[in-house]
Design a protein around this ligand. Structure first.
Ligand SMILES: C[S@@+](CC[C@H](N)C(=O)[O-])C[C@H]1O[C@@H](n2cnc3c(N)ncnc32)[C@H](O)[C@@H]1O
Length: 240
């Protein structure tokens, strides 16, 4: 699907309906997380996961769910899982990939991902690191595939869980797309999910400005809201 067509389709939804649905969806997800004071168990893609308070529960996140539908595309010798949360995408990627580096800025997310990685006997294959985007990587590290389910909403986080849902001025998304190319092999790919609850026009512009070729690998509609998985590759003219 053309990106412009996809954007028009998202805009066809009446603005009021759209705004109400988005606001109530976000309140529901956020309050569900804030009410949880203790660790709990979920099942995601056939894997039992422990979710610590303050970490995104992948069974409630549209991004996590549409990424699950694309698990067959998680193939690569070396995979980067940016913003790993509970480690859910890394654990899926371990089925068809070699080594995985999982990064999160949240100490509790890193603790949670490490627990889940240990639980599934994957500590030799999944290396969980704490830090802001690429800071925990060596400058010469290269990946065949980068996975990212970023916060979809532009805004200022208040509670801990907000950092999984909100990105002030799309700073994380912008810095990720501006810099990920340096960490990809020449044939490297990015699988990124996003939804019409966020600013699709901003994302599409950023993808073009950062010099990626883009195709949509999956589209899904929930409560009249559209969610997508994009595959990005480096355009030959941008390669080193
Ligand atoms: C929407 S959640 C995705 C969690 C998990 N990957 C999934 O698909 O369910 C976004 C994650 O990005 C992390 N994050 C936000 N800003 C970040 C940054 N600057 N560097 C690394 N991780 C970040 C958050 O802590 C959160 O765990």
């Amino acid at each position: 699907m053309e990106l412009s067509v996809q954007l028009q389709q998202a805009q066809i939804l009446g603005y009021r309906h759209f705004k109400d649905t988005v606001a109530s969806r976000n309140r529901r997800i956020r309050s569900g997380h804030l009410l949880r004071a203790k660790a709990y168990e979920v099942e995601y893609g056939g894997y039992a996961l422990t979710i610590l308070p303050g970490v995104l529960d992948p069974t409630t996140g549209e991004g996590s769910l549409i990424m699950l539908e694309c698990r067959d595309l998680f193939v690569g010798d070396r995979v980067l899982d940016m913003g790993t949360g509970s480690g859910n995408l890394s654990i899926l990627a371990a089925v068809k990939s070699g080594h995985i580096v999982a990064v999160d800025i949240s100490p509790v997310a890193v603790e949670c991902a490490q627990m889940n990685v240990r639980r599934h006997g994957l500590t030799e294959r999944i290396d969980v690191r704490l830090g802001d985007l690429f800071a925990p990587l060596r400058p010469d590290e290269k990946f065949d595939l980068a996975l990212i389910n970023p916060p979809f909403l532009e805004g200022k986080p208040r509670a801990g869980i907000d950092r999984a849902m909100m990105d002030p001025e799309y700073d994380m998304l912008t810095r990720f797309l501006q810099n990920v190319g340096k960490y990809l092999t020449p044939a490297g790919r990015v699988l990124l999910c996003f939804g019409c609850v966020g600013d699709l026009a901003y994302l599409h512009n950023l993808i073009a400005l950062c010099g990626f070729a883009c195709s949509i690998r999956k589209a899904r509609v929930t409560l009249g809201l559209q969610f997508f998985v994009y595959e990005l590759t480096i355009l030959p003219s941008q390669g080193g």
